[in-house]
Design a protein around this ligand. Structure first.
Ligand code: C2E
Ligand code: MG
Ligand code: MG
Ligand code: MG
Length: 280
C-alpha cells in the first residue's frame, strides 16, 4: 500500500545522503547570497607560449570565498547549474572580466581572457546578445574574449549548441574546446564546429608524466592537422613541460608555469615577465 511504499522510498535515503541533500541546499542558499552581495571573485591563470615566453591568454576562473577559504568550483558550479544560478554566476564572471580587461590590455594590447561557459549558458538564447552588449558597452574588441566549452556542453543539444556556437563565432568570439578527450568526442563535430583551439585535458598530461605519451601525441597532431591551436592543461612538472614541448605543443597552462591569481597579482606577474623579457 501507499504507506508502505512511502516508507520504502524513505529508506533509500541513508543518513549521509540526507546530510548531503541538506549540505547542498545550504550551499545553494549561500551561493545565492554570495551572488546577491557580489562576493564572487574571478582569478586569472596565465597560458604561456613557450616559443617566446609570452602570455597570450589568461583563463578566468571563478573563486567563491567561503568560511575563510574557497569553495572549489567543481563543487559549486554543478550546484549553480542545477539551481539555475549559473546564468547570474556566468554574467557576474563575464562582467568582472570586462572590468579587468582595460588594465590587462594596457600592459599587452593583444591580451586575451578565456571565459568558461557551462552547457546551460550555451542553451540560453540571450547569451550571445548579452555577451556582445557587455563587451561592446565597455568599448572592448570582441577578440579579447574567448570562450571555453567542454565537449559535454557542446554535445547536450547538438543542434541548438551548433547554432549558438556559430553565433558566438560570427560575433567575433574565439571558441576553445575544453577538457578535450574526456567527453563525447565526435571528430565530425570537431570538424564542423567553429573551434579555434583544443585544450588537452590534464589527465593526458599526467599519463605523459607516467611515460605514456600516446594520447597527447595524437591530440597535438590532430590539432595541427585541423589547423587548431592546442593548449596543454595542468602542467605541474618540468618533465611534463619538456615532453610536451618536444611533441610540438607550445601553449601551456599549469601550476608549474603559474597558478590562478587575483587581478592585482596577475598584473604584477605579467609586468615582471615583460621586464625579464626586456633584459634577456
Ligand atoms: P577548467 O575549465 O578545465 O579549468 C582548469 C582547472 O584546472 C582549474 O581548476 C585550474 O585551477 C586547474 N589547474 C590549472 N593548472 C593546474 C595544475 O597544474 N594542476 C592541477 N591539478 N590543476 C590545475 P578550478 O579553478 O578548480 O576549476 C575547475 C573547473 O570548474 C574548471 O575546469 C571549469 O570547468 C569550472 N569553472 C571554473 N570557473 C568557472 C566559471 O566561471 N564558469 C563555469 N561555467 N565553469 C567554471
Ligand atoms: Mg576551462
Ligand atoms: Mg579545462
Ligand atoms: Mg579541466
Amino acid at each position: 500500500d501507499a504507506k508502505r511504499a512511502g516508507k520504502g522510498r524513505c529508506s533509500y535515503y541513508t543518513d549521509t545522503m540526507l546530510g548531503n541533500v541538506q549540505e547542498r541546499m545550504l550551499l545553494e542558499q549561500r551561493l545565492r547570497e554570495c551572488l546577491l552581495n557580489d562576493q564572487l571573485e574571478v582569478w586569472f591563470q596565465p597560458i604561456v607560449d613557450v616559443r617566446n615566453g609570452a602570455t597570450p591568454m589568461l583563463e578566468a576562473l571563478a573563486r567563491w570565498p567561503l568560511d575563510g577559504g574557497f569553495c572549489p568550483p567543481d563543487k559549486f558550479i554543478p550546484i549553480a547549474e542545477e539551481s539555475g544560478l549559473i546564468m547570474a554566476l556566468g554574467m557576474a564572471i563575464a562582467r568582472k572580466v570586462v572590468v579587468a580587461l582595460p588594465a590587462l590590455l594596457e600592459l599587452e594590447s593583444r591580451q586575451v581572457v578565456n571565459i568558461n561557459l557551462s552547457a546551460k549558458q550555451l542553451m540560453s538564447t540571450t547569451l550571445v546578445e548579452e555577451m556582445c552588449a557587455l563587451v561592446d558597452q565597455a568599448d572592448l574588441p570582441r577578440s579579447c574574449v574567448h570562450f571555453e566549452l567542454t565537449e559535454t556542453a557542446v554535445a547536450k543539444d547538438s543542434e541548438l549548441a551548433q547554432l549558438q556556437l556559430q553565433a558566438l563565432a560570427r560575433a567575433g568570439f574565439h571558441l576553445h574546446l575544453d577538457d578535450f578527450g574526456t567527453g563525447y568526442s565526435s571528430l565530425h563535430r570537431l570538424q564542423s564546429l567553429p573551434f579555434s583551439t583544443l585544450k588537452l585535458d590534464r589527465s593526458f598530461v599526467i599519463q605523459l608524466g607516467h611515460g605514456d605519451a600516446r594520447i597527447a601525441k595524437v591530440i597535438i597532431a590532430l590539432g595541427a592537422e585541423l589547423g587548431l591551436d592546442v593548449i596543454a592543461e595542468g602542467i605541474e612538472t618540468e618533465q611534463e613541460y619538456e615532453q610536451l614541448r618536444a611533441l610540438g605543443c607550445y601553449l601551456m597552462q599549469g601550476y608549474w608555469l603559474a597558478r590562478p591569481m587575483p587581478l592585482a597579482q596577475v598584473l604584477a606577474w605579467l609586468e615582471q615577465r615583460a621586464e625579464q623579457a626586456l633584459r634577456a
